[in-house]
Write a protein that binds this ligand. Structure first.
Ligand SMILES: [Zn+2]
Length: 108
C-alpha cells in the first residue's frame, strides 16, 4: 500500500513565493506615461520561488489568501506577545519604583 492519492488535491498547500523580479514585487511597472500592471506576475508582485514564473491566477489567489491568513495570525500572535511583554514591563516598574537617582545628601 502506497497511500498515494490520485487526482488533484483539494487541499490548498502553501507554495513558496518570492517577489517578482520584473516589478520588484510592486505589481506594477512604469509605462511610458503611467504605471501598468506587471504582466510577469499577473500584477500580484509575486511569483513561484521555485520556477520564478507567475502562478496561474486561480492558484495565485489561493496562495495569497493562505499567506494573508498566515501573516494575519502571526501579527495577532506578535501583538499579543508584545502586549504581554509590555504588561510585564509595567508591573515590574510599578513594583520597583525606587530609582537610582535618589539624593544622597551629606549636609555638612
Ligand atoms: Zn511583477
Amino acid at each position: 500500500m502506497t497511500g498515494k492519492s490520485h487526482g488533484p488535491s483539494l487541499k490548498a498547500k502553501p507554495i513558496d513565493l518570492k517577489h517578482c523580479q520584473v516589478c520588484m514585487g510592486k505589481a506594477v511597472v512604469m509605462g511610458v506615461f503611467h504605471e501598468l500592471p506587471c504582466t510577469a506576475c499577473h500584477a500580484s508582485g509575486w511569483v513561484s520561488a521555485d520556477t520564478g514564473e507567475a502562478l496561474p491566477p486561480e492558484v495565485l489567489v489561493t496562495q495569497l489568501g493562505l499567506l494573508l491568513n498566515i501573516y494575519q495570525q502571526r501579527l495577532i500572535a506578535n501583538s499579543q506577545a508584545l502586549s504581554k511583554a509590555w504588561g510585564a514591563e509595567r508591573n515590574y516598574q510599578d513594583g520597583n519604583r525606587l530609582g537610582a537617582g535618589g539624593t544622597n545628601y551629606t549636609g555638612d
